[in-house]
Design a protein around this ligand. Structure first.
Ligand code: PMP
Length: 449
């Protein structure tokens, strides 16, 4: 892998300097013994304070789809900060906010035509859940309050998101959560699906559990179903064939809103602007974040269908239709970053590029099939997951060691969740870099006991 050494090498942090910052979703004591610090980034590479290049195989946290420090995005942010740093988001707005909403509506399928802005995936999810509840309320159907998520679903860390989410550690420390949620079973079954490329054949029938959950509670109490089209953070679980279509049919049959959480799958990750487009399924709402600004400035939001928006637009004109929003909704700098990012995606054909690379990416990932400790590999779009066998009594320890060694010794940034290594590089990755990545990972896996 090519390494550039002429970068800023200034920042040396002492153990004392590391004390104050409490890192999120990180074992802090282990981190502070072996800090993984990044001080610069350009294109596909991060650079450590001492100038080592690290190939970004995770697009940051699934977000830097256009690669790092891309000039048009950098310039748009700089220009916007000088021109209009902030505009109140309630009762006022700025022209570029409308422009970005229009661009996003054009990217989303069918009549997903209205955009509500937030600042993160978690806020996007909580906004979507609140819109779903209010949607029924404003139509006089206030009994429809139940929200149905899925086991192994990740929908951010707001109380709404962890309540519909299906990750026990994200739930069990935080009290009673939202009442009136329920969960579909997750769709992973190693015996049936191991080493699948793309959508597994097995598992479409699991969507039918929605029918029994709805019957148990009665459709008159159910507001919405939320799923990630491809579960990302819990180990990359592509949807089984026909699964999403069946969810849509059941929701239609019972008058239930369907929300796709596309915080990861949006903006090209699966070779399309949205997973909804890839799977030909039109949800009532799509949540987005991350890739909308290629990770440069925090932004998230919800794209809603016409019937959802219209349901709110019936009362007296001077009355607020939705009592919800954020100080930084459609923040001018995030909006400028978003517009410039969408230009890069369009001008460089990056969504299509991800689609074109999908087969080669899958071949390269599957080449690690026979490596030590590898028990499953899944691929879809420009995403791959490599499951390692757990060390006895130490779930996740092997993958964590791989992540730490990859960064320090092999110049590769990977992401781990439990025993799964997840890969999701910027969509700009070259074929050579792809080959180098899997070659490096192969050598890494050879050294992990
Ligand atoms: N939903 C999904 C599907 C996600 O993957 C994430 C973040 N990984 C979130 C929501 C939360 O996003 P954020 O961390 O920006 O709040």
């Amino acid at each position: 892998m090519s390494v550039a050494h002429d970068l800023d090498t200034s920042a040396e942090l002492s153990p004392n300097d590391l004390e104050a910052f409490w890192l999120p979703f990180t074992p802090n004591r282990a981190y502070k013994k072996s800090p993984r610090l990044i001080s610069r980034a350009k294109d596909l590479y991060y650079y450590t304070p001492d100038g080592r290049a690290v190939l970004d195989a995770t697009a940051g946290l699934w977000c830097c789809n256009a690669g790092h420090a891309r000039q048009p995005i950098v310039e748009a942010i700089q220009k916007q900060a000088a021109e209009l740093d902030y505009a109140p988001s309630f009762q006022f707005s700025h022209p570029k906010a409308f422009a970005l909403a229009t661009r996003l509506a054009m990217l989303a399928p069918a009549d997903l035509d209205h955009v509500f802005f937030a600042n993160s995936g978690s806020e996007a999810v909580d906004s979507a859940l609140k819109i779903a509840l209010a949607y029924w309320n404003v139509q006089g159907k206030g009994s429809k309050t139940r929200l149905i998520g899925r086991e192994r679903g990740y929908h951010g860390v707001g109380f709404g998101g962890i309540s519909v989410g299906g990750i026990v550690n994200n739930r069990k420390f935080f009290g009673g959560l939202l009442t009136g949620t329920d969960h579909l079973p997750h769709t992973y079954n190693r015996a049936e699906q191991a080493f699948t490329r793309g959508e597994p054949e097995w598992g479409g029938h699991l969507a039918d559990s929605l029918e029994s959950i709805v019957n148990l509670h009665d459709a008159s109490t159910v507001a919405a179903v939320i799923v990630e089209p491809m579960a990302g953070s819990t180990g990359v679980l592509p949807p089984p064939k026909s699964y999403l279509k069946r969810l849509r049919e059941i929701c239609d049959k019972h008058g239930i809103l369907l929300i796709f959480d596309e915080v990861i799958t949006g903006f090209g990750r699966l070779g399309f602007a949205t997973a909804a487009e890839r799977y030909g399924v039109v949800p009532d709402m799509i949540t987005f974040a991350k890739g909308v600004t290629s990770g440069t400035v925090p932004m998230g939001g919800v794209i809603v269908r016409k019937h959802v928006y219209d349901a709110f637009m019936n009362g007296p004109e001077h009355v607020i239709e939705l009592f919800h929003g954020y100080t930084y909704s459609a923040h001018p700098i995030a909006v400028a970053a978003g517009l410039a990012t969408l230009d890069v995606y369009r001008d460089e054909g990056l969504f299509e590029r991800a689609g074109e690379l999908e087969e080669e990416w899958a071949d390269a990932a599957m080449s690690l099939k026979d490596k030590r400790n590898v028990v499953d590999i899944r691929t879809i779009g420009l995403v791959a997951a490599i499951d390692l066998e757990s060390r006895p009594g130490a779930v996740g320890a092997r993958a964590y060691e791989a992540m730490d060694r990859a960064f320090h010794d092999h110049g590769i940034m990977i992401r781990v969740t439990g025993d799964t290594i997840a890969l999701s590089p910027p969509l700009t990755i070259s074929r050579d870099e792809m080959a180098g990545l899997f070659d490096g990972l192969g050598r890494l896996l050879d050294t992990i006991d």
